[in-house]
Design a protein around this ligand. Structure first.
Ligand SMILES: *Cc1c(COP(=O)(O)O)cnc(C)c1O
Length: 391
Protein backbone atom coordinates (compact mmCIF):
# COMPACT_ATOMS: atom_id res chain seq x y z
CA UNK A 1 0.00 0.00 0.00
CA UNK A 2 1.23 3.48 -0.78
CA UNK A 3 1.67 6.00 1.97
CA UNK A 4 -1.35 7.98 0.79
CA UNK A 5 -3.55 4.87 0.60
CA UNK A 6 -2.61 3.99 4.19
CA UNK A 7 -3.68 7.42 5.35
CA UNK A 8 -6.82 7.45 3.19
CA UNK A 9 -7.93 4.22 4.84
CA UNK A 10 -7.58 5.70 8.32
CA UNK A 11 -9.29 8.92 7.25
CA UNK A 12 -12.22 6.91 5.93
CA UNK A 13 -12.47 4.98 9.22
CA UNK A 14 -12.38 8.23 11.20
CA UNK A 15 -15.22 9.59 9.02
CA UNK A 16 -17.17 6.41 9.72
CA UNK A 17 -16.74 6.88 13.50
CA UNK A 18 -17.97 10.42 13.17
CA UNK A 19 -21.02 9.34 11.15
CA UNK A 20 -21.96 6.82 13.86
CA UNK A 21 -21.67 9.41 16.62
CA UNK A 22 -18.65 7.54 17.99
CA UNK A 23 -15.88 10.05 17.43
CA UNK A 24 -14.36 11.12 20.73
CA UNK A 25 -13.00 14.52 21.48
CA UNK A 26 -10.86 15.83 24.28
CA UNK A 27 -11.45 19.04 26.14
CA UNK A 28 -8.53 20.87 27.61
CA UNK A 29 -9.11 21.70 31.22
CA UNK A 30 -7.62 24.97 32.41
CA UNK A 31 -8.10 24.25 36.12
CA UNK A 32 -7.19 21.54 38.63
CA UNK A 33 -9.52 18.56 38.98
CA UNK A 34 -12.52 19.64 41.06
CA UNK A 35 -16.25 20.37 40.86
CA UNK A 36 -15.60 23.54 38.86
CA UNK A 37 -13.88 23.10 35.52
CA UNK A 38 -12.62 25.82 33.24
CA UNK A 39 -12.72 25.18 29.49
CA UNK A 40 -12.10 27.79 26.80
CA UNK A 41 -12.49 30.52 29.41
CA UNK A 42 -15.88 29.19 30.59
CA UNK A 43 -16.61 27.82 34.02
CA UNK A 44 -18.62 24.60 34.22
CA UNK A 45 -19.78 22.29 36.97
CA UNK A 46 -18.08 19.00 36.25
CA UNK A 47 -19.66 15.60 36.85
CA UNK A 48 -16.92 13.74 35.01
CA UNK A 49 -14.14 12.85 37.36
CA UNK A 50 -13.60 9.79 39.55
CA UNK A 51 -12.28 12.05 42.30
CA UNK A 52 -15.04 10.79 44.58
CA UNK A 53 -13.69 12.30 47.79
CA UNK A 54 -12.41 15.55 46.30
CA UNK A 55 -8.81 14.69 47.20
CA UNK A 56 -7.10 15.28 43.83
CA UNK A 57 -6.49 18.94 44.65
CA UNK A 58 -6.71 18.76 48.44
CA UNK A 59 -4.20 21.09 50.17
CA UNK A 60 -2.88 18.24 52.34
CA UNK A 61 -1.99 16.21 49.26
CA UNK A 62 -0.50 19.22 47.49
CA UNK A 63 1.66 20.01 50.55
CA UNK A 64 2.78 16.39 50.86
CA UNK A 65 3.66 16.36 47.16
CA UNK A 66 5.70 19.58 47.44
CA UNK A 67 7.52 18.37 50.55
CA UNK A 68 8.02 15.01 48.85
CA UNK A 69 9.58 16.65 45.82
CA UNK A 70 12.02 18.56 48.00
CA UNK A 71 12.99 15.49 49.98
CA UNK A 72 12.99 12.80 47.25
CA UNK A 73 13.24 14.65 43.93
CA UNK A 74 10.94 14.12 40.97
CA UNK A 75 11.86 10.91 39.22
CA UNK A 76 12.62 7.46 40.63
CA UNK A 77 15.24 6.93 37.95
CA UNK A 78 14.82 3.19 37.39
CA UNK A 79 12.45 0.29 37.76
CA UNK A 80 11.55 -0.83 41.28
CA UNK A 81 13.74 -3.94 41.07
CA UNK A 82 16.81 -1.99 39.99
CA UNK A 83 17.02 1.20 42.04
CA UNK A 84 13.66 2.96 41.66
CA UNK A 85 12.07 1.69 44.90
CA UNK A 86 12.32 4.52 47.43
CA UNK A 87 11.34 4.77 51.09
CA UNK A 88 7.97 6.49 50.38
CA UNK A 89 7.03 3.69 47.96
CA UNK A 90 7.86 1.09 50.58
CA UNK A 91 6.00 2.89 53.34
CA UNK A 92 2.95 3.29 51.13
CA UNK A 93 2.91 -0.44 50.35
CA UNK A 94 3.06 -1.25 54.05
CA UNK A 95 0.20 1.11 54.85
CA UNK A 96 -1.93 -0.17 51.98
CA UNK A 97 -1.46 -3.78 53.12
CA UNK A 98 -2.42 -2.91 56.69
CA UNK A 99 -5.37 -0.78 55.54
CA UNK A 100 -6.83 -3.52 53.34
CA UNK A 101 -5.97 -6.30 55.80
CA UNK A 102 -3.73 -8.33 53.49
CA UNK A 103 -0.23 -9.69 54.17
CA UNK A 104 1.42 -7.50 51.62
CA UNK A 105 0.83 -4.98 48.82
CA UNK A 106 2.69 -4.07 45.64
CA UNK A 107 2.50 -0.71 43.88
CA UNK A 108 1.98 -0.46 40.12
CA UNK A 109 2.19 2.67 37.96
CA UNK A 110 -1.43 2.34 36.79
CA UNK A 111 -4.44 0.14 37.37
CA UNK A 112 -4.29 -0.94 33.75
CA UNK A 113 -0.78 -2.26 34.29
CA UNK A 114 -1.69 -3.89 37.61
CA UNK A 115 -4.48 -5.86 35.92
CA UNK A 116 -2.21 -6.99 33.09
CA UNK A 117 0.42 -7.97 35.66
CA UNK A 118 -1.94 -10.00 37.86
CA UNK A 119 -3.66 -11.99 35.14
CA UNK A 120 -0.65 -12.65 32.93
CA UNK A 121 1.50 -13.86 35.80
CA UNK A 122 -1.18 -16.12 37.28
CA UNK A 123 -2.61 -17.84 34.20
CA UNK A 124 -1.49 -18.87 30.73
CA UNK A 125 -2.26 -21.30 27.93
CA UNK A 126 -4.42 -24.20 29.15
CA UNK A 127 -5.81 -22.20 32.06
CA UNK A 128 -9.22 -20.51 32.11
CA UNK A 129 -10.42 -17.09 33.17
CA UNK A 130 -14.10 -16.57 34.07
CA UNK A 131 -14.98 -12.94 33.60
CA UNK A 132 -18.09 -10.80 34.00
CA UNK A 133 -19.16 -9.41 30.60
CA UNK A 134 -19.09 -5.84 31.90
CA UNK A 135 -15.55 -5.98 33.26
CA UNK A 136 -13.25 -3.03 32.62
CA UNK A 137 -11.29 -2.99 29.34
CA UNK A 138 -7.99 -3.52 31.15
CA UNK A 139 -9.23 -6.87 32.48
CA UNK A 140 -10.37 -7.92 29.02
CA UNK A 141 -6.99 -7.01 27.54
CA UNK A 142 -5.24 -8.80 30.39
CA UNK A 143 -6.95 -12.10 29.57
CA UNK A 144 -6.08 -11.81 25.89
CA UNK A 145 -2.46 -11.14 26.70
CA UNK A 146 -2.35 -14.13 29.06
CA UNK A 147 -3.50 -16.55 26.30
CA UNK A 148 -5.76 -18.30 28.82
CA UNK A 149 -9.26 -19.34 27.69
CA UNK A 150 -11.68 -16.46 28.14
CA UNK A 151 -15.06 -17.57 29.47
CA UNK A 152 -17.36 -14.57 29.81
CA UNK A 153 -20.59 -14.81 31.81
CA UNK A 154 -23.55 -12.42 31.50
CA UNK A 155 -23.30 -9.54 33.94
CA UNK A 156 -23.81 -10.78 37.51
CA UNK A 157 -25.19 -14.16 36.35
CA UNK A 158 -23.79 -16.51 38.97
CA UNK A 159 -25.77 -19.50 37.70
CA UNK A 160 -24.06 -19.11 34.32
CA UNK A 161 -20.70 -18.72 36.03
CA UNK A 162 -21.32 -21.86 38.06
CA UNK A 163 -22.14 -23.84 34.89
CA UNK A 164 -18.97 -22.62 33.20
CA UNK A 165 -16.84 -23.49 36.24
CA UNK A 166 -18.42 -26.94 36.55
CA UNK A 167 -17.79 -27.69 32.88
CA UNK A 168 -14.19 -26.51 32.90
CA UNK A 169 -11.30 -28.94 32.82
CA UNK A 170 -8.70 -26.17 32.96
CA UNK A 171 -5.83 -26.77 35.32
CA UNK A 172 -5.92 -23.31 36.86
CA UNK A 173 -9.08 -21.26 37.12
CA UNK A 174 -9.37 -17.57 37.84
CA UNK A 175 -12.54 -15.55 38.39
CA UNK A 176 -12.13 -11.94 37.40
CA UNK A 177 -14.50 -9.14 38.32
CA UNK A 178 -14.90 -5.42 38.84
CA UNK A 179 -16.15 -4.83 42.39
CA UNK A 180 -18.03 -1.69 41.34
CA UNK A 181 -18.84 -1.76 37.63
CA UNK A 182 -17.40 1.36 36.11
CA UNK A 183 -20.18 2.19 33.65
CA UNK A 184 -23.19 0.93 35.66
CA UNK A 185 -22.15 1.70 39.23
CA UNK A 186 -23.52 -1.56 40.66
CA UNK A 187 -21.65 -3.97 42.93
CA UNK A 188 -20.48 -7.49 42.11
CA UNK A 189 -21.87 -10.17 44.47
CA UNK A 190 -18.45 -10.70 46.03
CA UNK A 191 -19.45 -13.08 48.88
CA UNK A 192 -21.06 -15.50 46.43
CA UNK A 193 -18.19 -15.15 43.97
CA UNK A 194 -15.80 -16.11 46.75
CA UNK A 195 -17.95 -19.14 47.60
CA UNK A 196 -17.78 -20.25 43.96
CA UNK A 197 -14.03 -19.68 43.91
CA UNK A 198 -13.70 -21.91 46.96
CA UNK A 199 -16.01 -24.59 45.63
CA UNK A 200 -14.25 -24.81 42.27
CA UNK A 201 -10.75 -24.15 43.60
CA UNK A 202 -10.25 -20.94 41.64
CA UNK A 203 -8.51 -17.63 42.24
CA UNK A 204 -10.76 -14.62 42.72
CA UNK A 205 -9.36 -11.32 41.45
CA UNK A 206 -11.30 -8.22 42.53
CA UNK A 207 -10.75 -4.91 40.73
CA UNK A 208 -11.87 -2.25 43.22
CA UNK A 209 -10.98 0.85 41.19
CA UNK A 210 -14.26 2.52 42.18
CA UNK A 211 -14.72 1.07 45.67
CA UNK A 212 -11.37 1.75 47.31
CA UNK A 213 -11.63 4.88 49.48
CA UNK A 214 -15.41 5.08 49.08
CA UNK A 215 -16.94 1.83 50.34
CA UNK A 216 -16.45 -0.17 53.53
CA UNK A 217 -15.30 0.83 56.97
CA UNK A 218 -13.12 3.96 56.74
CA UNK A 219 -13.11 3.54 52.95
CA UNK A 220 -11.26 0.23 53.06
CA UNK A 221 -13.10 -0.86 49.95
CA UNK A 222 -15.61 -3.36 48.62
CA UNK A 223 -14.31 -6.37 50.57
CA UNK A 224 -14.81 -4.42 53.78
CA UNK A 225 -18.25 -3.36 52.54
CA UNK A 226 -19.19 -7.06 52.34
CA UNK A 227 -17.27 -7.92 55.51
CA UNK A 228 -14.99 -10.33 53.62
CA UNK A 229 -11.66 -10.87 55.40
CA UNK A 230 -8.39 -11.42 53.54
CA UNK A 231 -8.23 -14.90 52.10
CA UNK A 232 -5.34 -16.65 50.34
CA UNK A 233 -7.28 -17.17 47.12
CA UNK A 234 -8.34 -13.52 46.95
CA UNK A 235 -6.31 -10.95 45.05
CA UNK A 236 -7.36 -7.37 45.54
CA UNK A 237 -6.52 -4.52 43.14
CA UNK A 238 -7.19 -0.91 44.12
CA UNK A 239 -6.41 2.14 42.04
CA UNK A 240 -4.97 5.33 43.46
CA UNK A 241 -6.00 7.81 40.75
CA UNK A 242 -9.71 7.79 41.60
CA UNK A 243 -10.96 8.29 45.18
CA UNK A 244 -7.35 8.45 46.42
CA UNK A 245 -6.80 11.50 44.22
CA UNK A 246 -3.31 10.58 43.00
CA UNK A 247 -2.17 8.08 40.40
CA UNK A 248 -1.20 4.44 40.20
CA UNK A 249 -2.57 1.29 41.76
CA UNK A 250 -1.74 -1.50 44.16
CA UNK A 251 -2.32 -5.20 44.42
CA UNK A 252 -2.86 -6.71 47.85
CA UNK A 253 -2.76 -10.41 48.63
CA UNK A 254 -0.95 -13.17 50.42
CA UNK A 255 2.80 -12.96 50.90
CA UNK A 256 3.29 -15.65 48.25
CA UNK A 257 1.13 -14.03 45.59
CA UNK A 258 2.74 -10.63 46.05
CA UNK A 259 6.24 -12.12 45.93
CA UNK A 260 5.24 -13.97 42.74
CA UNK A 261 4.01 -10.75 41.14
CA UNK A 262 7.17 -8.94 42.13
CA UNK A 263 9.20 -11.71 40.46
CA UNK A 264 7.02 -12.23 37.40
CA UNK A 265 4.67 -9.36 36.53
CA UNK A 266 6.21 -7.79 33.44
CA UNK A 267 4.21 -4.58 33.86
CA UNK A 268 5.87 -4.25 37.27
CA UNK A 269 9.38 -5.26 36.26
CA UNK A 270 9.84 -3.52 32.92
CA UNK A 271 8.76 -0.02 33.76
CA UNK A 272 10.21 2.89 35.68
CA UNK A 273 9.09 3.19 39.29
CA UNK A 274 6.39 5.82 39.72
CA UNK A 275 7.42 9.23 41.02
CA UNK A 276 8.16 9.33 44.77
CA UNK A 277 6.13 12.57 44.80
CA UNK A 278 2.99 10.55 44.10
CA UNK A 279 3.80 8.11 46.90
CA UNK A 280 4.21 11.02 49.34
CA UNK A 281 0.89 12.55 48.26
CA UNK A 282 -0.79 9.15 48.58
CA UNK A 283 0.47 8.69 52.14
CA UNK A 284 -1.36 11.91 53.00
CA UNK A 285 -4.39 10.76 51.03
CA UNK A 286 -4.59 7.49 52.93
CA UNK A 287 -4.93 9.41 56.19
CA UNK A 288 -7.74 11.54 54.77
CA UNK A 289 -9.47 8.44 53.43
CA UNK A 290 -9.30 6.82 56.88
CA UNK A 291 -10.73 9.93 58.51
CA UNK A 292 -13.14 10.57 55.63
CA UNK A 293 -16.49 9.45 57.07
CA UNK A 294 -17.94 12.95 56.72
CA UNK A 295 -16.90 13.12 53.05
CA UNK A 296 -18.44 9.70 52.42
CA UNK A 297 -21.68 10.67 54.20
CA UNK A 298 -21.96 13.83 52.09
CA UNK A 299 -21.33 11.80 48.91
CA UNK A 300 -24.14 9.48 49.95
CA UNK A 301 -26.51 12.38 50.47
CA UNK A 302 -25.67 13.78 47.03
CA UNK A 303 -26.35 10.38 45.49
CA UNK A 304 -29.76 10.31 47.19
CA UNK A 305 -30.55 13.83 45.94
CA UNK A 306 -29.74 12.90 42.35
CA UNK A 307 -31.68 9.64 42.44
CA UNK A 308 -34.72 11.19 44.10
CA UNK A 309 -34.64 14.09 41.62
CA UNK A 310 -34.54 11.81 38.57
CA UNK A 311 -36.96 9.15 39.80
CA UNK A 312 -39.62 8.45 37.17
CA UNK A 313 -37.65 10.15 34.40
CA UNK A 314 -37.98 8.89 30.82
CA UNK A 315 -34.21 8.40 30.94
CA UNK A 316 -33.68 5.37 33.13
CA UNK A 317 -31.35 5.31 36.12
CA UNK A 318 -29.49 2.08 36.90
CA UNK A 319 -29.83 0.37 40.29
CA UNK A 320 -26.54 1.89 41.42
CA UNK A 321 -25.88 2.53 45.10
CA UNK A 322 -22.55 4.26 44.35
CA UNK A 323 -21.32 7.65 43.18
CA UNK A 324 -21.45 6.39 39.58
CA UNK A 325 -24.96 7.23 38.38
CA UNK A 326 -25.55 6.49 34.71
CA UNK A 327 -28.57 8.03 33.01
CA UNK A 328 -29.43 5.66 30.16
CA UNK A 329 -30.44 7.46 26.97
CA UNK A 330 -30.01 4.64 24.43
CA UNK A 331 -29.30 6.31 21.11
CA UNK A 332 -25.72 7.58 20.52
CA UNK A 333 -26.79 10.81 18.83
CA UNK A 334 -29.43 11.61 21.43
CA UNK A 335 -26.91 11.02 24.23
CA UNK A 336 -24.52 13.42 22.50
CA UNK A 337 -27.27 16.01 22.01
CA UNK A 338 -28.25 15.91 25.67
CA UNK A 339 -24.62 16.11 26.80
CA UNK A 340 -24.11 19.11 24.54
CA UNK A 341 -27.26 20.84 25.79
CA UNK A 342 -26.08 20.33 29.37
CA UNK A 343 -22.69 21.70 28.43
CA UNK A 344 -24.34 24.81 27.04
CA UNK A 345 -26.08 25.20 30.40
CA UNK A 346 -22.71 25.02 32.20
CA UNK A 347 -22.99 21.38 33.25
CA UNK A 348 -20.34 18.93 32.10
CA UNK A 349 -21.39 15.27 31.99
CA UNK A 350 -19.72 12.77 29.67
CA UNK A 351 -21.76 10.85 27.09
CA UNK A 352 -20.53 7.26 27.11
CA UNK A 353 -21.11 5.29 23.93
CA UNK A 354 -20.21 1.90 22.49
CA UNK A 355 -17.75 0.21 22.56
CA UNK A 356 -17.31 1.37 26.16
CA UNK A 357 -20.92 0.28 26.85
CA UNK A 358 -23.18 -2.19 24.95
CA UNK A 359 -24.90 -0.97 21.76
CA UNK A 360 -28.18 0.83 22.37
CA UNK A 361 -27.25 1.83 25.92
CA UNK A 362 -25.47 5.13 25.32
CA UNK A 363 -25.65 7.07 28.53
CA UNK A 364 -24.67 10.07 30.52
CA UNK A 365 -22.27 8.91 33.17
CA UNK A 366 -22.80 11.21 36.12
CA UNK A 367 -20.11 10.80 38.72
CA UNK A 368 -20.50 12.57 42.00
CA UNK A 369 -17.85 13.77 44.37
CA UNK A 370 -18.03 14.81 47.99
CA UNK A 371 -16.62 18.12 46.74
CA UNK A 372 -19.96 18.84 45.01
CA UNK A 373 -22.59 20.87 46.85
CA UNK A 374 -26.26 19.96 47.09
CA UNK A 375 -27.01 23.05 44.97
CA UNK A 376 -24.73 21.85 42.17
CA UNK A 377 -26.42 18.46 42.07
CA UNK A 378 -29.86 20.09 42.12
CA UNK A 379 -28.88 22.24 39.13
CA UNK A 380 -28.06 19.06 37.22
CA UNK A 381 -31.37 17.47 38.18
CA UNK A 382 -33.32 20.55 37.08
CA UNK A 383 -31.50 20.77 33.75
CA UNK A 384 -32.09 17.07 32.98
CA UNK A 385 -35.78 17.41 33.85
CA UNK A 386 -36.06 20.36 31.50
CA UNK A 387 -34.18 18.66 28.63
CA UNK A 388 -36.28 15.54 28.96
CA UNK A 389 -39.29 17.64 27.99
CA UNK A 390 -37.49 19.14 24.98
CA UNK A 391 -36.04 15.94 23.48
C1 LIG B 1 -9.90 3.18 35.95
C2 LIG B 1 -9.98 1.69 36.02
C3 LIG B 1 -8.86 0.88 35.84
C4 LIG B 1 -7.54 1.44 35.38
O1 LIG B 1 -6.91 2.14 36.38
P1 LIG B 1 -5.86 3.28 35.97
O2 LIG B 1 -5.08 3.50 37.20
O3 LIG B 1 -6.66 4.45 35.55
O4 LIG B 1 -5.04 2.72 34.85
C5 LIG B 1 -8.98 -0.48 36.04
N1 LIG B 1 -10.17 -1.02 36.37
C6 LIG B 1 -11.29 -0.28 36.50
C7 LIG B 1 -12.57 -0.95 36.87
C8 LIG B 1 -11.23 1.10 36.32
O5 LIG B 1 -12.34 1.83 36.43
Amino acid sequence: MSESALLAELDEQLRQLDAEGLKRRRRTLDAPCGPLARIDGRELISFCSNDYLGLANDPALVDAACAGARRWGVGSGASHLVSGHLTPHDLLEEKLAAFTGFDRALLFSTGYMANLGIVVSLVGRGDAVFADKLNHASLIDAVQLSRADHERYPHGDLAALERLLAASTARRKLILTDAVFSMDGDLAPLPRLLQLAERFDAWLVVDDAHGFGVLGIQGRGSLSHFDIPANPRLIYMGTLGKAAGGAGAFVAGSETVIEWLLQRARTYIFTTGSSPIIACALLASLELIEQGDERRRHLHRLTDTLRAGLAGSRWRLMPSPTAIQPVIIGDNHEALRVALALFERGLWVPAIRPPTVPKGTARLRVSLSSAHSETQVQLLVDALRELEELE
